[in-house]
Design a protein around this ligand. Structure first.
Ligand SMILES: NC(=O)NCCC(=O)O
Ligand SMILES: [Zn+2]
Ligand SMILES: [Zn+2]
Length: 461
């Protein structure tokens, strides 16, 4: 089966140019001068549109156990929504619970995901029980294609790791070439602030933000960076939301330390004002770290431009407003943490191009090319080039759409961006050569997505 994507502008991280893209089977076979005569079984007209590498969302939580419930998207519904939004690869988090092994955790996540994903997928591993055994098991995870390990400085009693435990895992990362991913918030201090707020009768969702001040993200980020320096481990800060944390990352990168960071669309577009919405509406925006006062947003955009922020992922972790966020009515600390987003990352970041915050090429770089390199998938993913997987998105930069829960495909009863007007829209999506989305609908299938055994972080020297 061959497909010719004809008449479009190919946008890679390295530049944009007019070219026709020939797909044969699951791979990109050639980039051709526009109109070059070639026979193909199918032709897709991309005139006036961008042809970009499929998005890679390096931070999702499908069916994640959290706060006494599970995130609402399954691997099937979540990857179908991802495809609708032009994301053709997700890297999801397997979650070790205390007392269980990393390898049994990995088996469990394979059992949930294998045969159900509509687009390709890989796993990171959340390490919440640092023992001699789990440290040793990190080696087996790496052999199994999982070489990124998330740890938490937040959530004492659940995922929290002490500095000593983090140090030991970082030493193992240094030894093996793995990357430690860090949820950097000072959870010990936060828990005190939360207890004090509740004791004073402050129970509304906005308190989630007020009890997790930006300084405590900055402090934890600095501490993680220090531990990484002492151990020589690479470090990837997940879901960075605060200017103080960005400042710490910027300084570390300026001294040549292997520190990387991602932010998420919610921190670029939403703010503490959303968390303060009345009638428990604010619960829709409860995620950790919390949404920040608006002034942090311009700093994050600056970080994206200067590459102090390398990646935009979604931290997609949806909980329904009606029956899941509800668990925390009367006690904000019981609201399941997380927001939906996997479907709209490409569109939301395209607004950055429209508004002149980032270039077209940087849009592709932070949404696809850098995640591919960071998570060991390049050049198979993240680029429109011969030999790469034919994960190809035809994006119409002039189309208009309005984000709404009434039209989205995520399995959640609200949108964090309800009513937001978007310039640009995904037109057609190919996943390994198969058209999975076109203007008319979804044509993929659960089970089409393959597990990606990933190489080590390709930015490490
Ligand atoms: N971010 C969030 O609130 N939920 C998902 C879990 C995590 O990434 O910490
Ligand atoms: Zn986290
Ligand atoms: Zn997360």
């Amino acid at each position: 089966m061959s497909t010719l994507v004809k008449g479009g502008t190919v946008v890679n991280a390295t530049g944009s140019f007019a070219a026709d893209v020939l797909v044969e089977g699951e791979k990109i076979a050639a980039l051709l001068a526009p109109g070059f005569p070639v026979r193909a079984d199918e032709t897709i007209d991309a005139t006036g549109k961008y042809v970009i590498p499929g998005g890679i969302d390096g931070h999702t939580h499908m069916e994640m156990p959290f706060g006494g419930t599970f995130s609402a998207d399954t691997f099937e519904t979540g990857t179908i929504a991802a495809a609708w939004g032009g994301t053709t690869t997700i890297v999801d988090f397997a979650v070790q619970s205390k007392g269980s092994s990393l390898l049994s955790t990995l088996d469990k996540w394979h059992a949930k995901a294998d045969g159900r994903c509509a687009v390709d997928y890989g796993f990171h591993m959340i390490v919440s029980d640092v023992t001699d055994t789990s440290l040793k098991e990190m080696e087996s995870c790496i052999d199994a294609g999982v070489n990124t390990f998330k740890m938490f400085m937040a959530y004492p009693g659940v995922f929290y790791a002490t500095d000593g435990e983090i140090l030991r895992a970082m030493q193992k990362a240094r030894e093996t070439g793995a990357t430690i991913m860090m949820h950097a918030e000072n959870g010990i201090a936060i828990d005190q602030l939360v207890a004090q707020a509740l004791a004073q009768g402050r129970t509304d969702p906005v308190e989630h933000g007020l009890t997790r001040p930006a300084e405590l993200e900055g402090e934890a980020t600095s501490r993680a960076i220090t531990l990484a320096k002492v151990t020589g481990s690479p470090l990837y800060i997940v879901h960075l939301s605060a200017a103080q944390a960005l400042d710490a990352v910027t300084k570390a990168r300026d001294t040549g330390q292997n520190v990387f960071a991602e932010t998420c669309p919610q921190y670029l577009y939403l703010s503490l004002e959303d968390l303060a919405k009345p009638d428990f509406e604010g619960s829709k925006y409860v995620a950790s770290p919390p949404l920040r006062p608006k002034e942090h947003q311009s700093e994050l955009w600056r970080g994206l431009r200067t590459n102090d922020l390398s990646v935009v992922s979604t931290d997609h972790c949806p909980f329904c407003f009606k029956d899941q966020k509800e668990l925390g009515r009367g006690d904000f600390s019981k609201i399941p943490n997380g927001m939906p987003g996997v479907e709209h990352r490409i569109d939301l970041l395209h607004q950055g191009v429209v508004k002149g915050e980032i270039t077209l090429e940087r849009w592709v770089e932070i949404c696809s090319t850098t995640p591919a390199r960071m998570f060991g998938l390049h050049p198979r993913k993240g680029v429109i080039a011969p030999g790469a997987d034919a994960d190809v998105v035809v994006y119409d930069p002039d189309a208009r759409q309005v984000i709404s829960a009434a039209t989205h495909h995520m399995n959640v009863d609200y949108s964090a961006y309800e009513g937001m007007e978007i310039t640009g829209k995904v037109d057609t999506v190919l996943s390994r050569g198969r058209v999975v989305v076109d203007a008319g609908g979804f044509h993929g299938a659960a089970g089409h997505g393959k597990f990606l055994s990933r190489e080590l972080n390709q930015y490490l020297v």
